[in-house]
Ligand binder design. Structure first.
Ligand SMILES: Cc1cc2nc3c(=O)[nH]c(=O)nc-3n(C[C@H](O)[C@H](O)[C@H](O)COP(=O)(O)OP(=O)(O)OC[C@H]3O[C@@H](n4cnc5c(N)ncnc54)[C@H](O)[C@@H]3O)c2cc1C
Length: 309
């Protein structure tokens, strides 16, 4: 109920217009979003690097219906890659195809991605194509496969354990040597395409994780689920898999304790760092995942405000 309400709120532009002007809401957002500019995002990546973590930067913003907006997002991504390089942090970004004009003009979208990936290749970096709702899954995989012939290993995709089809997709991606980020899936999907029960999603995640760890090309295990992370460690140790053959991935501001504990144990951890002016829908989705965050973040905001006064 709460999850649905928060997801509904995430789509209300009028609420965002109000919220963006509100200082309290902005400090609330800063827990999960690294500011509104490239400079604040690169500063966050630099700070993470200082603590032994790597980053992937994500310019917030989804589906565009105007190709000029897609081109602006493309140019910002190119700037992001160059700014990371200039700052001496690993060049790594995550991009959503709908932000690059996927729904407006797929050919133009592909041209945008080619420009971004050319820069990623030039800087020896990496650009991950995020996975969106299930209506985009096949199109996104096909799109990636076209680009991969030219740009692998500088690009990769995301697979969602929530989707029933994903086992087959993972097999194909293992065969093609594609870099896969494995996540549970952030979208509300019908039970015809997705497992409605969390335990089935988790079990599916573990099966695909083990397949990718055994034979995949540098998989990214994107989860904050401690049970699954322990399971991964057991599998890795049991199969003599080297720590540099994969990485854990987590979201900026989520389970920072766990991120640091994994680094201390010698594992690689990449943090997904979102930034930009369009932070409101992203923030609402994170709160929908764990409504207890509302109280948690509010508590921190109040603590910091009383410390300042
Ligand atoms: C690096 C990264 C990239 C991602 N990319 C995509 C993508 O391209 N497409 C897509 O659909 N989804 C993506 N996701 C989101 C993902 O699909 C899940 O919605 C999200 O990660 C929550 O799932 P979980 O695996 O952490 O497990 P859950 O079962 O949801 O949570 C496990 C535990 O993690 C903790 N936790 C989870 N979320 C939060 C939170 N917001 N705040 C505090 N604690 C939390 C809680 O303690 C919870 O008990 C990505 C996630 C990560 C980490």
């Amino acid at each position: 109920m709460m999850r649905r309400a928060l997801l509904w709120l995430s789509e209300r532009q009028s609420i965002f217009n109000f919220v963006r002007r509100n200082g309290l809401a902005r400090s609330f957002a800063s827990r999960f979003v690294a500011g509104e500019t490239i400079a604040t995002a690169v500063a966050a990546a630099t700070e993470l690097q200082g603590r032994g973590l790597t980053a992937t930067l994500d310019l917030l913003g989804e589906s565009v219906d105007d190709i000029a907006d897609a081109d602006r997002a493309r140019d910002t991504y190119i700037e992001i890659l160059r700014a990371m390089h200039a700052a001496g942090v690993e060049v790594n970004a995550s991009v959503k195809l709908t932000q690059m004009g996927f729904d407006v003009d797929e050919v133009h979208c592909e041209a945008n991605l080619r420009q971004i990936l050319s820069v990623a290749r030039e800087l020896e970096g990496f650009v991950r194509i995020d996975m969106e709702a299930s209506e985009y899954t096949q199109r996104t995989l096909d799109f990636h496969a076209r680009l991969a012939t030219e740009f692998a290993p500088h690009t990769g995709v995301v697979i969602q354990a929530a989707l029933r089809r994903s086992t087959g997709d993972v097999e194909a991606l293992v065969t093609s040597g594609t870099r896969v980020r494995l996540c549970k899936g952030a979208y509300l999907e019908p039970s015809t395409v997705a497992f409605p029960q969390k335990r089935d999603v988790d079990a599916h995640y573990v099966r695909m994780m083990e397949r990718l760890l055994a034979d995949g090309a540098y998989p990214g295990l994107a989860t904050h689920d401690e049970v699954i992370i322990e399971r991964a460690k057991g599998f890795i140790n049991g199969h003599g898999i080297a720590a540099d053959r994969f990485e854990f991935q987590m979201l900026y501001g989520v389970r920072r304790d766990l991120q640091e504990a994994l680094v201390r144990e010698g594992w690689r951890v990449r943090v997904y760092v979102p930034f930009g002016t369009q932070w409101y829908p992203y923030l609402m989705r994170r709160l929908a995942e764990r409504p207890a965050n509302i109280a948690f973040i509010l508590g921190n905001v109040v603590k910091e405000a009383t410390r300042r006064s």
